[in-house]
Design a protein around this ligand. Structure first.
Ligand code: ADP
Ligand code: AMP
Length: 213
């Protein structure tokens, strides 16, 4: 099963992608997580990506596409995967389609987690991310058991630099300009499914599993 998660930054793609990955035993692949791991490890890719991420801009397709195609070529992706944060542009979607078509394969579902812009700044200013394991929380909606500490691994939770309100507005604009056209792209292919992302995360997940089961 090959799934793409679509939706604005902060819509809940990562939250749902982790639950899908657990239930259906497929890897959760987040290009944002791959970039953040590279930044943390001080790699050349990380240094380059950081310049764009800090401004709320997209990392250029040339860099992003290669890391994604390398990742999905791994053995653990044989039975599928859930992509979170990729594709974010039409050219990225086209490259992925072409790479899959060469293998006689294709994406099964593109799931759009629909959340209006009004809710996004609140979602992102309240998001706290674990520096060590990548788990995410929300200080009001999905709080950790102990404030500032990851339930899963006990490490510190942080507010991502690119979740500060001034950067969020830039990311939302870029989403509408460059990523939202993917909704029409996957509708035309007949694989787009939309779920109401304003519901409680368990209800969003129930809507997704009703599609996938
Ligand atoms: P994305 O991967 O789309 O950027 P996240 O999954 O990280 O978004 O979610 C953004 C923020 O919203 C996080 O703080 C997360 O805990 C919170 N969140 C996710 N789903 C819901 C939901 N259904 N209701 C309320 N808050 C949510
Ligand atoms: P995310 O963790 O998905 O919110 O991504 C954080 C940031 O990483 C984005 O704002 C972009 O700067 C960058 N990024 C992640 N995925 C992509 C992608 N597919 N294309 C371009 N930039 C990306």
């Amino acid at each position: 099963m090959k799934i793409i998660m679509l939706g604005a930054p902060g819509a809940g793609k990562g939250t749902q992608a982790k639950m899908i990955a657990d239930k259906y035993s497929v890897p959760h692949i987040s290009t944002g997580d791959i970039f953040r791991a590279n930044i943390k490890n001080g790699t050349e890719l990380g240094m380059e990506a950081k310049k764009y991420m800090d401004q709320g801009q997209l990392v250029p397709d040339e860099l992003t596409v290669k890391i994604l195609l390398d990742r999905v070529a791994n053995d653990d992706c044989k039975n599928g995967y859930v992509l979170d944060g990729f594709p974010r542009t039409i050219p990225q979607a086209e490259v992925l389609d072409e790479a899959l078509a060469k293998l006689g394969d294709s994406i099964d579902y593109a799931i759009d987690v629909d959340v209006p812009d009004e809710n996004i700044v609140n979602r992102m200013s309240g998001r706290r991310a674990c520096v060590a394991c990548g788990a995410t929380y929300h200080i009001v909606h999905i709080p950790p058991k102990t404030e500032g500490i990851c339930d899963r691994c006990g490490k510190e939770l942080i507010l991502r630099d690119d979740d500060k309100p001034e950067t969020v507005l830039n990311r939302l604009k870029i989403y509408h300009d460059q990523t939202q056209p993917l909704i029409d792209f996957y509708t035309a292919k007949g694989i787009l499914k939309t779920v109401d992302g304003t519901q409680d995360m368990k209800d969003v997940f129930a809507a997704i599993t009703a599609i996938l089961d």
